[in-house]
Design a protein around this ligand. Sequence first.
Ligand code: 2AM
Length: 167
Amino acid sequence: MRLFVAINFNADTRSRLLALRDELRGKSERGNFSAPENLHLTLAFLGECDGKQLAAAKNVVPETVFAPFDIAVERIGNFRGDLWWAGLREDKPLLALQRDVSDRLSAAGFTLERRKFSPHITLGREVVTNAKPWQIEPFGETVSSIELMKSERIAGRLTYTAIARSR
Ligand code: 2AM
């Protein structure tokens, strides 16, 4: 199974992200736009895991303790031209949490990517658009937990399920 650790959002943040996704869609010829329930911020990507790794990850996530902190979504941009996202302000508590959870996962035996963390929420893939990246009035919420997520295709549909949560 494919696993990752993520921050999931409350209903208000989700609906604001959806409005941005729809604004992007309105400016695009086509694209594979994220389903509302799939909007999340990935902190660590574990990739394909076996049962032993699943057990290890299920231990790490609840052990990751942090003081609640605020996040701010502040711009819309893209990677490689066609993957469009909502980008988060690179605030210290967010970066520190990402580092902490990555360190704990590495200590538990996972090999994580070394590339720099770029906090983003994917809004669409394979997007064909003339849109240019834009800044938005920042919005966000207080984050008090992270979740271990399972990614799978169910009847052809990309489905994410939370299987463990920090305390
Ligand atoms: P993306 O949205 O930028 O593609 C579930 O697939 C989550 O894990 C998504 O947030 C996805 O980020 C992320 N992800 C997928 N493959 C990844 C990789 N090779 N490295 C880092 N994150 C990845």
